[in-house]
Design a protein. Structure first.
Length: 405
């Protein structure tokens, strides 16, 4: 009887070992939600990216397109998994270092069409200008926004971005959501206009466009009946002041926000400029999600809070460089539920593998040790577990001690 119980104990342990071995191999990894089930639980979804148009000759600490390409590939697979992506939000700096000069500029191919899949480009890319986009663009020196190389007011023409104006809005009644795009590049005029062919006209145009952006925003605040607002510009929330900000503080103590460095008085800034973050935080009517780029990471920790509403920095698109404080390069997914709520989450790529900015060597992990692969880690865990099970079996079965010694 005792031998039978021992044998049963050994068999039970063997079964446990087999199941745990499968788990270590990843057989019990959480399976993604079925596409059909996901679509039944929400009205639609969207993707958000910024600061992505890597250039081989002029770039920051990213030495190749591998980071941008890995993010583009991840966006494609995420779009296919979701199955109901309606649009891409693009917060600008799409073409480093100086933008495109026309709608036929070859950079549309080399930095966008040849990088992002046809599937991903089959939906509208809702866009605004970033500071780099403006430098060589014809409309930086012109008041006519139709002169802009990125202008396109035909949403069905997905061979270009959708940008019917430099600031604009779009109602999605089927999603109960309104998209509001704002050109506030005057915030960076001191760092942009001297690179252009028309510094004075550049500054005047950017100021007028930011005035128009805030006018549009507050008009939509008053008129929109949507349950959700998706608001975006090129700049994150920490580039805007709170209403109580002390505007008399010395400039050198305020970096960012860049608006302290602008050679204009408070009265010359847009109407209710200092109330913008307060309005983005207002939860009395609609859900508000704000997206900005310019700084090259994907996070919610480096921005100014708009609680109880939500905002993201989405400038980690792999186009220029990375930030010393973070290693999150990727994009954000927004999902609109049947109940009308928007939830957001970041999708990032393997930083050391694809976005190596020089802080680690390609073959080593921090500390100089060679970085093990996932398969090597799993194999090591399995081996350690097998030794553990063998030890338990040995201790549980008389007569096997000599074999285990």
């Amino acid at each position: 009887m005792r031998d039978v119980m021992k044998q049963q104990s050994i068999s039970a342990l063997a079964v446990v070992a087999w199941f745990l071995s499968l788990a270590l191999q990843g057989c019990w990894e959480e399976k993604p939600e079925k596409q059909g089930d996901a679509q039944q639980q929400r009205r639609g979804s969207f993707l958000v990216i910024g600061d992505w148009g890597w250039d081989a000759e002029v770039h920051g600490n990213l030495q190749s397109r591998s980071c941008q390409q890995a993010i583009a590939d991840s966006m494609d697979s995420t779009m296919k998994q979701l199955g109901d992506v309606q649009f891409v939000i693009n917060v600008g700096d799409s073409f480093y270092p100086n933008g495109v000069i026309s709608r036929s500029d070859k950079q549309w191919d080399t930095k966008w069409r040849n990088v992002y899949s046809p599937t991903l480009r089959s939906i509208p890319w809702y866009s605004v200008y970033g500071n780099h986009d403006y430098i060589s663009d014809p409309c930086i020196c012109s008041e006519d926004v139709k002169a802009c190389a990125q202008f396109n007011d035909d949403e069905k023409n997905t061979d270009l971005f959708y940008m019917p104006n430099v600031s604009w809005y779009k109602e999605h009644t089927n999603l109960d959501t309104e998209v509001i795009a704002l050109d506030v590049n005057f915030l960076w005029a001191n760092h942009t206009c001297h690179y252009t062919a028309c510094p004075q006209a550049c500054e005047a145009n950017l100021k007028n466009r930011m005035d128009a952006a805030f006018k549009l925003f507050y008009e939509r605040v008053a008129a929109s009946n949507a349950s959700n607002w998706v608001v975006f510009s090129h700049y994150p929330t920490d580039y805007f002041p709170r209403a109580q900000t002390n505007t008399s503080m010395p400039v050198d103590e305020n970096w960012p926000p860049s608006w302290f460095k602008l050679e204009v008085s408070r009265e010359e800034l847009p109407d209710r400029f200092h109330s913008f973050l307060t309005e983005l935080s207002n939860a009395s009517r609609s859900g508000i999600v704000y997206f900005g780029g310019h700084r090259h990471n994907v996070d919610q920790s480096s921005t100014a809070s708009t609680a109880p509403q939500t905002n993201w920095l989405v400038g980690g698109g792999g186009g220029w460089g990375t930030e010393a404080y973070g290693d999150q390069q990727g994009f954000v997914v927004g999902e609109i539920s049947d109940s009308g709520q928007i939830t957001t989450r970041a999708v990032t790529v393997n930083f050391n593998e694809f976005c190596n900015d020089g802080r680690f060597s390609t073959s080593t992990a921090p500390g100089g040790a060679e970085a093990p692969s996932r398969a090597e880690n799993v194999g090591r865990l399995q081996l350690e577990f097998y030794f553990f099970v063998a030890f338990i079996l040995c201790m549980s079965a008389d007569g096997l001690h000599s074999a285990c010694a």
